[in-house]
Design a protein around this ligand. Structure first.
Ligand code: HEM
Length: 379
């Protein structure tokens, strides 16, 4: 090859020592992004399941065996008969017709079907890439860990439903929050892995003089967002959005009058629906300010590359939308579509903040030095 001929990096480019070539990296990234998308979808279907009071319609847990829904009138009667023995039917939906039951059954059934589909959509491609030795070795334990977390999520989901099948026809809001939090942890970690597989090289999207400060800001934003979402799940689980349907005041004042009605005082913040909604509002406003400031800071950083600026603009819009959706949800007494949209937008926002943190991460050039495989073709 003559010296005057520039060498072009071809699709055979290896990015990491021992990492797959770019086309395989693309396939792995697509697989992981699909799994993250499914984690997103199941959370939204989960929210609709809860908002339509469908979550306690299936009173048994038989993984795999439940994929075939009742097909005949007789089978429907059997499933409906079991539901009629549940506390929800006995105390809340007594007299419900079979047609009404079918309406709630399908949401829970779809939710469980997607849950199992996520397991398959994760495991089969994982085994495929593994057997063909196409996964970087250091990624394998990490992916196994994600799969284990997915299994735990299934158990937690059932534990949550089971808590609503004895005596009290509602699920524990703590278990609901744990179930949502674990799904979003898997979602965030899967996204991070997908970003890593796609672009494992050190990020140089922002100058190192401003990067550490903005990175810390983003980390605080992520923590604040996570806490706000947990209190959002408490608000949802306690049906606290059905009271104090005004904004910004609650019961005529900034702080609701019964904010400390429970004893001991600290239990109000996790048990009292009024205080829980109030805390969610306060956390939301604080998180909103932190993330709006982060977006502005990223946009204003003189050295930020275009990708980071675009992400910052998107973040700004999604934060503003999230606050607007929250207010609309509470003022309208939580219609199903608004509750689901508020949830979906929160998860989108989480993905954006994870992406920002990924793009802001410290350069690790020495560790991930690109290894070019030159095919010898001249440009
Ligand atoms: C950064 C801003 C916010 C975030 C990240 C956030 C996040 C969430 C999340 C994750 C849920 C749980 C949804 C579910 O489990 O289905 C939720 C529920 C809720 N949020 Fe927010 N929220 C924000 C702002 C607000 C604001 C400003 C309000 C009202 C002023 C609000 C009111 C509510 C209500 C009433 C619910 C319960 C809805 C239901 O029963 O389904 N949120 N929020």
């Amino acid at each position: 090859m003559s010296q005057s001929q520039p060498v072009r990096a071809t699709p055979e480019l290896h990015l990491l020592p021992g990492s797959p070539p770019a086309p395989i990296a693309r396939a792995v990234r697509l697989w992981l992004l699909t799994v993250a998308g499914l984690c997103f979808a199941i959370a939204v279907v989960g929210a609709i399941t809860r908002l339509t009071e469908s979550g306690l319609s299936m009173v048994e847990w038989k993984p795999l065996l439940q994929d075939i829904p009742p097909l005949s009138e007789a089978q429907w009667q059997v499933v409906f008969g079991k539901y009629q023995l549940s506390p929800q039917y006995l105390q809340v939906t007594h007299g419900m017709s079979l047609t009404e039951f079918q309406g709630i059954f399908w949401w829970e059934w779809t939710h469980r079907l997607i849950a199992q589909f996520i397991g398959v959509a994760f495991a089969l491609p994982f085994l495929w890439f593994l057997l063909r030795r196409q996964l970087p070795r250091r990624l394998i334990p990490y992916l196994v860990g994600l799969f284990v977390l997915g299994g735990m999520q299934g158990l937690l989901g059932w534990a949550m439903v089971a808590s609503g099948l004895v005596d009290r026809p509602s699920v524990s809001h703590y278990r609901l929050a744990a179930h949502l939090s674990l799904d979003l942890t898997i979602y965030s970690l899967t996204l991070w892995t997908a970003f890593f597989v796609g672009h494992p090289r050190a990020s140089v999207l922002i100058d190192s003089t401003v990067r550490p400060m903005i990175q810390r800001h983003a980390a605080v934003g992520l923590a604040a967002l996570a806490i706000t979402m947990v209190w959002g799940a408490f608000t949802a689980g306690l049906r606290a959005g059905l009271i104090y349907n005004t904004f910004p005041l609650m019961g005529g004042g900034f702080v609701p009058p019964d904010v400390l009605a429970y004893h001991p005082w600290w239990s109000n913040f996790v048990e009292n629906p009024s205080a829980v909604q109030f805390v969610h509002r306060m956390l939301a406003m604080t998180t909103g300010l932190i993330l709006l400031a982060l977006a502005l800071r990223l946009r204003a950083a003189p050295t930020a590359a275009g990708a980071l600026r675009k992400l910052a603009t998107f973040m700004f819009a999604i934060v503003a939308l999230q606050i607007g959706l929250g207010i609309a949800t509470v003022v309208n007494q939580v219609p199903v579509w608004l509750g689901a949209l508020h949830q979906a937008n929160a998860i989108l926002l989480l993905g954006i903040v994870v992406r920002a943190l990924y793009l802001l991460r410290a350069p690790t050039v020495a560790q991930f030095k690109p290894r070019l495989i030159v095919t010898g073709k001249a440009a």
